[in-house]
Design a protein around this ligand. Structure first.
Ligand code: SAM
Length: 278
């Protein structure tokens, strides 16, 4: 592991942090080691890093991976990264918003694709949703995220953290919490605690659904109106009342239940019964 020099690089270039871009850079070597080891990146891997900052994590990834492609939105960081990482010929830098990148094109024919990132917290959920729903063929995402978001990803039915994000993650991935990270490991310090989590993408989604779009629509409606019964929440689907009643009966789900009590299997079963009678 090379010397960690986040603070030196920041000083050398007189870099000024932009809070609205979620710029909290890592200054703790052990955290970098745990991200790298948790991701199990090796010489065969094509790594996509979102938000390289001044390149602290990037450098360690470059030493281990076949290729690292980092996507950074902040134009002030581009010349710094180009200079600091110039010795690595397996480095590609994309100056863009991670939400606007064409990942299909970027990944091309690469087989062993892993995403590794200390994510900007203000866009964690859209970035992850984009990557998962795009069905890009990456093997895993090892990411540092806000503790509360990690808890939502790992939640069980009937808990306050259980919601649309839980089901999105659990549909596509197995999750593994690697460790907690305190605000003292960053400069500037974030207000929240963080967690490193690995999402291992499964070959096949966890449940079989006949219409994925409808499946996620049902979930969205069920949680948009968390305090309402499923019956009231699902009225927005625009299905005739007696058909919705019949689908709920066939799926063996009491219409008076709230969405937050349904397991992923029950959501899938309900979706498939709605598909049958529509
Ligand atoms: N990887 C560095 C580290 O660990 O020290 C920096 C991580 S910092 C939490 C997040 C980084 O993401 C910053 O460099 C920020 O400029 C960048 N960023 C913010 N929004 C972005 C976006 N929409 N697309 C790409 N990068 C973004």
């Amino acid at each position: 592991m090379g010397n960690l020099n986040t603070k030196e690089v920041v000083e050398k270039y007189g870099f000024k942090f932009t809070k609205s871009l979620g710029q909290n850079f890592l200054i703790d070597n052990n955290v970098i080691i745990d991200i790298i080891e948790g991701s199990e990146v090796c010489k065969d891997d094509f790594v996509i890093e979102i938000g390289p900052g001044v390149g602290t994590l990037t450098k360690e990834l470059l030493r281990r991976a076949k290729k690292v492609c980092s996507i950074e939105i902040d134009s002030k960081l581009i010349p710094i990264l180009e200079k600091e990482l110039e010795e690595y010929d397996n480095f590609q830098l994309i100056h863009n918003d991670a939400l606007k990148v064409d990942y299909k094109e970027l990944i091309g024919n690469e087989q062993n694709v892993k995403v590794v990132a200390n994510l900007p917290y203000y866009v964690t959920t859209p970035i992850i949703s984009n990557l998962l729903n795009g069905r890009h063929k990456f093997k895993s995402l090892t990411i540092m995220i806000q503790k509360e978001v990690a808890q939502r990803m790992n939640a069980k039915p009937n808990s306050k953290d259980y919601g649309a994000l839980t089901l999105l993650i659990q549909y596509y991935c197995n999750t593994k919490i690697i460790r907690k990270v305190s605000p003292a490991c960053f400069v500037p310090r974030p207000k929240v605690e963080s967690i490193i989590i690995r999402l291992d993408r499964q070959e096949k989604p966890k449940v079989d659904v006949d219409d994925e779009k409808l499946f996620f629509r049902i979930i969205r409606d069920a949680f948009n109106m968390r305090r309402k019964t499923l019956w009231n929440a699902l009225k927005n689907l625009g299905i005739e009342k007696d058909k919705l009643q019949q689908a709920l009966n066939n799926a063996n789900i009491d219409p008076k239940r709230r969405g937050e009590t349904l397991s992923i299997e029950e959501f899938a079963n309900l979706c498939n019964h709605i598909c049958k009678i529509k």
